[in-house]
Design a protein around this ligand. Structure first.
Ligand SMILES: [Zn+2]
Length: 301
């Protein structure tokens, strides 16, 4: 789910401010959050990968979206080869490769994989892709989290444990703030937005094609998985602002966390809830954020 970090709402608002200046961006929504956002969760509800089909959708120009299991993949496919953003799970790597080949645009390989963040449903394919010769790129903290493993959550009921990843899964090019991959006639730019869904989130821009991949900083529920537009991001932002304000109001009224849950203060926004982050968990996330309570599981570094 999109909420593993106590500072999400405010961080996201800054991002959306930036996005207001951009017209007609297509947003690649990240899927799977409700079921598979961390290796522990994934392990408990391990899907049958042999049954997963990769669906390819043309987004714009030479940019495609691949849906399978886990976070959606963005692919720039062209004469210079292929760049993908995120790589789902290892057992799907061959199917992903086959789906890209099936486009019959290029015989060249996946030259670069950019990870939006370290979660297993976005980096699970790192080993097979790097073994096949792809270069892995991510923000500094993505490599750190993959290398060290650790626990994360919302400071309360949501806790996830990640085991240290093997060497082949680690990005070999990392950056602090941003990096640009110049391929297929496009300046594909990964930009770090700290304090988001994790501490290593990047948003990937395909400026020529007006496409942006937001990783798990933006997850639309219900209906995650679909391509979205700026209005969808605005609606999501509005929900974050309103739910934050509702919890802040309850805090101002000296309500306890339990009271807020009992009174179901986020019921007006119930349509946004998911299986993984339910109403109570989201109240808790906002409560911890607004009270500065980080909890033992939130701080990564
Ligand atoms: Zn995630």
């Amino acid at each position: 789910m999109s909420v593993h970090n106590d500072r999400i709402p405010r961080a996201f608002l800054r991002r959306s401010e930036m996005l207001k200046n951009v017209h007609a961006w297509m947003i690649l929504l990240l899927v799977g959050a409700a079921l598979v956002c961390g290796p522990v969760v994934a392990a408990q509800q391990q899907p049958d990968f042999s049954k997963v089909q990769i669906k390819v959708t043309k987004v714009s120009g030479n940019i495609y979206m691949l849906e399978g299991q886990g976070g959606n993949i963005a692919a720039s496919v062209g004469e210079d080869g292929i760049v993908i953003v995120d790589d789902q799970f290892a057992p799907l790597a061959e199917k992903i490769q086959a789906a890209l080949k099936e486009l019959k645009i290029t015989d060249k390989p996946v030259r670069f994989v950019i990870n939006t963040h370290y979660h297993g449903d976005h980096t699970g394919g790192n080993v097979p892709f790097s073994n096949a010769g792809s270069t892995l790129i991510a923000q500094d903290n993505v490599r750190k989290r993959l290398e060290s493993g650790g626990t994360a959550g919302n400071g309360g009921s949501i806790k996830m444990e990640n085991k240290p990843a093997e060497k082949a899964a680690l990005p070999i090019i990392t950056f602090e703030h941003d990096v640009t991959v110049h391929l297929n006639g496009e300046d594909i730019r990964a930009l770090h937005f700290p304090s988001g869904h994790t501490d290593g989130d990047s948003i990937i821009f395909f400026p020529k094609n007006n496409v942006v991949h937001m990783g798990d900083d933006f997850v639309r529920i219900p209906g995650h998985g679909a391509l979205s537009n700026l209005d969808d991001v605005r609606a999501f932002t509005k929900m974050l602002k309103e739910t934050s304000a509702a919890v802040q109001k309850a805090l101002n009224d000296h309500k306890t966390l339990d009271q807020m849950k009992q009174e179901k203060i986020l019921t007006p926004w119930a349509k946004w809830k998911g299986d993984f982050v339910n109403e109570d968990a989201f109240i808790e996330t906002l409560y911890n954020s607004l009270t500065g309570h980080k909890g033992e599981f939130v701080k990564h570094n």
